[in-house]
Design a binder for this molecule. Structure first.
Ligand SMILES: NC(=O)c1ccc[n+]([C@@H]2O[C@H](COP(=O)([O-])OP(=O)(O)OC[C@H]3O[C@@H](n4cnc5c(N)ncnc54)[C@H](OP(=O)(O)O)[C@@H]3O)[C@@H](O)[C@H]2O)c1
Length: 240
């Protein structure tokens, strides 16, 4: 995709990987709209020349409101990036309200936004949907059962939609980051973490290059292991 002149909506584009993706799309000539909940981060994105919309995507109403706010803005690129983590120890109760919120934000919201915006995307000369999953979509870790399930679900949705939309103007990309240094991974040792900037660089390169997947950093190796032996990939990742 030629990014120059396109209009991109990046969910969760006020911090972390999404903010860097927004910055780099803008540097490549796109008009960028980001969304998130915290006003100070939205204001800061506005200061960088992006349009910023308040949105909480952990409910159907929040997704519908966002889609309404961008109606008629001729979005060419929808980047479903907003997401939340969540760790569970063996003795922790599965917090069901938290679980439902994470499922909605990580899995349902990209589906809702795709459904709500697909007609507009199809009306553009060249469009793309980018879903940010994770290396953990390939094989789960024990400490993040809900998170991994949402990402595996989003990977499956992304793969099916890519084929569903084959022959249309809407290209579907999956971005699979490794461990990236952002607020989401605070508390984990910094060793081995990729910068959000480098992660975004690889995602934007995949969009520009019309790739189906951005296997970022170490995820390339995980993909290789998984293609040879899914059991080995699971064994490596389960204690990650
Ligand atoms: N960091 C990693 O190691 C890693 C690895 C693999 C995949 N990923 C995926 O990459 C994506 C970005 O992660 P990140 O690490 O960059 O996260 P982050 O730094 O925590 O940023 C999350 C962004 O999403 C927004 N957000 C959170 N909850 C939201 C909600 N309910 N509604 C709307 N926006 C919301 C946040 O803004 P507000 O809080 O102000 O709403 C923020 O802009 C996620 O999908 C994540 O699962 C991350």
């Amino acid at each position: 995709m030629d990014i120059n002149g396109k209009t991109a909506l990046v969910t969760g584009g006020t911090d972390g990987i999404g903010l860097e993706v927004g910055r780099q799309l803008k540097a490549a000539g796109a008009s960028v709209i980001v969304c998130g909940r915290r006003e100070e981060l939205l204001e800061s994105a506005r200061g960088e020349g992006m349009e910023a919309i308040t949105a909480d995507l952990s409910s159907a109403e929040g997704c519908a409101e966002l889609a309404k706010s961008v109606e008629g803005k001729q979005i060419d690129l929808l980047v479903n990036n907003a997401g939340m983590g969540g760790n569970f120890g063996p003795d922790d109760p599965l917090d069901l309200p938290f679980t439902d919120k994470a499922i909605f934000l990580n899995l349902n919201a990209p589906m809702h936004l795709t459904g709500l915006m697909l007609d507009e995307l199809k009306a553009r000369p060249e469009a793309a949907i980018v879903n940010v999953t994770s290396g953990l979509a390939l094989a789960p870790r024990a400490g993040g059962p809900v998170y991994c399930a949402t990402k595996a679900g989003l990977r499956s949705f992304t793969q099916a939609m890519r084929h569903n939309l084959k022959g249309t103007n809407v290209h579907v990309v999956e971005a699979l980051p490794p461990v990236v240094k952002t607020a989401m991974t605070e508390g984990r040792p910094d060793k081995g973490k990729m910068s959000a900037k480098e992660c975004a660089r690889q995602i934007v390169a995949a969009i520009a290059g019309n790739k189906c997947e951005a296997n970022v950093g170490m995820v390339k190796i995980l993909q290789l292991v998984n293609s040879i032996s899914p059991a080995l990939a699971r064994k490596i990742m389960i204690r990650f």
